[in-house]
Design a binder for this molecule. Structure first.
Ligand code: PHE
Length: 456
């Protein structure tokens, strides 16, 4: 069975695949603007606390289920808890990543457009104002044809990688791109930190403004940390099912979390100093990287047009590859379900999911233009998919995973998987603490923040 499904070849490639899933638009598109809107360093502190207290336990819970069963969510739950309703969680974890993929693919398409623009030296004219760049971006996303074509291209790239299989596709792709992403983002950060006026951005990242830290900002920090680590949707579970039996889950989890956090912080230090250097409000919102940064690139271009445009190329390449390494994990989660449970070939499974995501993605894309007046519960299709998944479904899924491992699985099995049958002594020593976090701390904190936010 395991041979048919495929396995990650080594610990390094497994970590690169998981970190690749984690590092994505969440780090480089969402994180900086959320920091900007929610009090800078204060938001980062809550985000870090959430990463340590909640994300690591959830990550471990998901990967314990995946590695133990070597199955995707539906089969895994059925195997560990036969005949119960837990298997329905499988559906949640098939549909949630696919909904995310649909809108993610639209933004992936935008990043292709901006990469092409930068390759065509479109960001070298200092005469274009910030409003000018916003207008260009607005005209692009509200149009019909081009965003749809690029959404299709982005999704097709994913399909090609996933069809090639776990080792020949996902592993081969992520083991190269994930390290490259780090190099690129560090280069951009160095450039950004050397801009005149960058100090204000650095200060913003390290000086907390607690007055902005409302309960909804705390929910956003928690949701953002789940989104960023790809938690609660079965992606980590599915990737963990491809780990070798003797893999150490704790070190895989810690490495992934450290890389993801590190990348988000570096991306923040790459973007915020540039934003301040150009005298722009940090809370600019979701348009930050597509409206504000092109303006920054072209203003900086006044003194060094080539250098600035090269940074723009690096930047949009980073975004595109970061998005791709994440989106393949979403697609893989659905494909693994069809391959495991419905015994489909990879080709057929990928094609079916491609069509489903493509259709939903078309609605997401058109919701900026022709169908912008069509609302679901007060939001456009794109916003509805985004908020429903990141604010609700991921949090709910994460809660169910920790409850399952903490309360449904027996303690011995959890211990056995966490310590590889007692052979990992270091893991054995801290098992009590980890188990306590999975069983009590994570569920209580998630429910408290969620409910407080509903009430206030
Ligand atoms: N973690 C990814 C990011 O930061 C998004 C993601 C969410 C990936 C859910 C897989 C599953 O962009």
């Amino acid at each position: 069975m395991a041979a048919q499904r495929g396995n990650f070849g080594s610990r390094f490639t497994a970590i690169m695949a998981m970190a690749g899933s984690a590092i994505g638009l969440g780090n480089i598109w969402r994180f900086p603007y959320m920091v900007g809107q929610n009090g800078g360093a204060a938001f980062i502190i809550v985000y870090l606390l959430s990463a340590v207290m909640l994300c690591i336990p959830i990550f471990l819970a998901e990967s314990i289920i995946g590695k133990r069963t070597q199955l995707s969510t539906f089969g895994a739950m059925e195997k560990l808890s036969p005949g119960t309703r837990w298997k329905w969680m499988g559906f949640l974890t098939v549909f949630t990543p696919l909904i995310i993929l649909s809108f993610y693919s639209v933004v992936g398409g935008w990043s292709i457009e901006y990469l092409f623009k930068s390759l065509g030296f479109a960001f070298t004219d200092p005469a274009v104002s910030r409003e000018g760049h916003s207008a260009i971006f607005g005209a692009f996303i509200t149009s019909v044809r081009k965003p749809l074509i690029l959404h299709t291209v982005f999704l097709a790239l994913n399909a090609v990688i996933v069809m090639a299989g776990v080792q020949k596709g996902i592993e081969k792709f992520t083991k190269i791109t994930t390290p490259v992403l780090f190099v690129l983002v560090v280069l951009i950060m160095v450039y950004s930190l050397t801009l005149p006026g960058a100090a204000a951005g650095i200060e913003y990242m390290i000086k907390p403004d607690f007055s902005k830290l409302t309960s909804s900002a705390m929910l956003s920090a928690m949701g953002q940390s789940f989104f960023s680590l790809s938690l609660g949707v079965g992606c980590i579970l599915t990737y963990a099912s491809y780990l070798r039996r003797d893999e150490n889950l704790l070190s895989t989890g810690l490495c992934t979390a450290v890389f993801d956090l590190g990348f988000a912080i570096i991306a923040g230090f790459a973007i915020m100093p540039a934003v301040f250097a150009a005298g722009i409000e940090p809370g600019a919102g979701p348009g930050l990287i597509f409206e504000t940064l092109p303006f920054i690139f072209s203003t900086m271009g006044a003194s060094a047009p080539m250098l600035s445009n090269i940074v723009a190329i690096l930047f949009f390449t980073t975004i595109l590859f970061a998005a791709l390494t994440s989106s393949v994990s979403m697609l893989e989660t659905g494909v693994a379900y069809l391959v495991d449970e419905k015994k489909m070939s990879r080709l057929k499974a990928t094609s079916i999911i491609f069509v489903g995501c493509w259709i939903l993605g078309v609605f997401c894309s058109l919701s900026f233009g022709p169908i912008s007046d069509f609302h679901i519960l007060g939001s456009t299709v794109f916003d509805f998919c985004d908020h429903m998944t990141s604010d609700f479904l991921m949090t709910f899924g994460s809660l169910l995973f920790v409850l399952f491992v903490g309360w449904k699985m027996d303690r011995e099995s959890v211990y056995d998987e966490f310590t590889n049958g007692g052979t990992l002594r270091g893991n054995g020593r801290i098992f009590g603490v980890v188990y306590f976090f999975i069983r009590y701390i994570a569920p209580v904190v998630i429910v408290t923040i969620f409910v407080t936010n509903l009430i206030l």
